[in-house]
Design a protein around this ligand. Structure first.
Ligand code: PBG
Length: 324
């Protein structure tokens, strides 16, 4: 039955009708808000390339968590940005380190807030790579696993609900699961950055996290943006190793990957709307070239429509306020 019996515009004729037939919602409960924590006290430094994003010290975290909770955000993802770094990423596995202190502080102000932590060595190594490196600048897989296991365990012991390995070393999900389980942390969730591409859209984040590699790039461990079958293999392996939630990253450049993953797996799928995706919208909006609220809403709706259950986004607080 075609036109004139069928008229697609009938269901678009007014706001209530459009809302009634809307296929994709962005509930605040699906959003995760990233937070960068730094050493020191009373620090609240703006990140120049990410307007509206700050690096804060642990003492400032309580008000950040309360603010996020009152906006309606239910989950935060904590990134540590330590001031001292070394070749062994010692700060990453320190029980009294930045992230364990931040996790404890966050849980203290709001036990109901889900606290997730990024598990990766790049902010802790003096060379800025996500694993340990040898003298020739190669990033070594197996020697990195022990550090990642210890890092995840330290976060879980501090109270993290979810640990999120973003390093892209092979075998790290299984290694982390074993480490958590053998220490009684059987309920700690692993959200793996399973299909993580070597993307230029992480550029602004590296300023925020002070984690740009000192030599080379991340293409020997992060994925080639040309590949999507390989993404399914990455996700499959992480699920087999025990990942509870798998992530695709970046989000908008990978909507096809999110959609394929949604069709192929039954685990919850997360997508990370990364720093560059955020900064592009912010920059265009500040020049008056895009409507910020609408670009934010449309981009996250598209990520959900592609099949993401969970969206990690720097817009989480602003979006959650808009959903109220
Ligand atoms: C750490 C990590 C990165 C991001 C999340 N975890 C950067 C990278 O891999 O270089 C990027 C997040 C963003 O761009 O918002 N490995």
């Amino acid at each position: 039955m075609g036109f004139p019996d069928t008229r697609m515009r009938r269901l678009r004729s007014n706001e209530a009708m459009r809302r009634l037939v809307s296929e994709t919602k962005v509930p605040a409960s699906s959003l995760v808000y990233p937070i960068f924590v730094v050493d020191g006290s009373r620090v609240r430094e703006p990140v120049a390339s990410m307007p509206g994003v700050f690096r804060i010290s642990v003492d400032e975290l309580a008000s950040e968590i309360r603010g996020a909770a009152s906006d309606g955000v239910g989950s935060v993802l904590i990134f540590g940005v330590p001031s001292s770094k070394d070749s062994r990423a010692s700060g990453a596995t320190d029980r009294g380190g930045l992230v364990p202190r931040a996790v404890a502080a966050a849980k203290e102000v709001s036990p109901e807030m889900l606290v997730m932590t990024d598990v990766c060595l790049c902010a802790y190594t003096d060379h800025g790579h996500c694993g340990v490196a040898d003298g020739e600048g190669r990033v070594l897989n197996d020697p990195s696993l022990d550090l990642l296991q210890r890092m995840a365990l330290v976060h879980a012991e501090a109270g993290a609900d979810v640990v999120a390995p973003s390093d892209m070393m092979d075998g790290r999900v299984g290694a982390i699961r074993r480490a958590l389980d053998s220490s009684g942390k059987t309920d700690t969730v692993i959200m793996s950055y399973a299909a993580k591409y070597a993307s230029c859209f992480y550029g602004p984040f590296r300023e925020a996290a002070d984690s740009a590699p000192a030599f080379g790039d991340r293409r020997s461990y992060q994925m080639d943006p040309a590949n999507s079958r390989e993404a399914l293999r990455e996700i499959e392996l992480d699920v087999e190793e025990g990942a509870d939630i798998v992530m695709v990253k970046p989000a908008m450049p990978c909507l096809d990957v999110i959609a394929r993953a949604r069709g192929a797996f039954r685990v919850p799928i997360a997508a990370y709307q990364v720093s560059g995706e955020y900064s592009m919208i912010k920059a265009a909006a500040s020049s008056g070239w895009l409507d910020e609220e609408r670009a934010m809403g449309e981009s996250v709706t598209a990520i959900r429509r592609a099949g993401a259950d969970i969206v990690i986004t720097y817009f989480a607080r602003q979006l959650a306020r808009a959903c109220r």
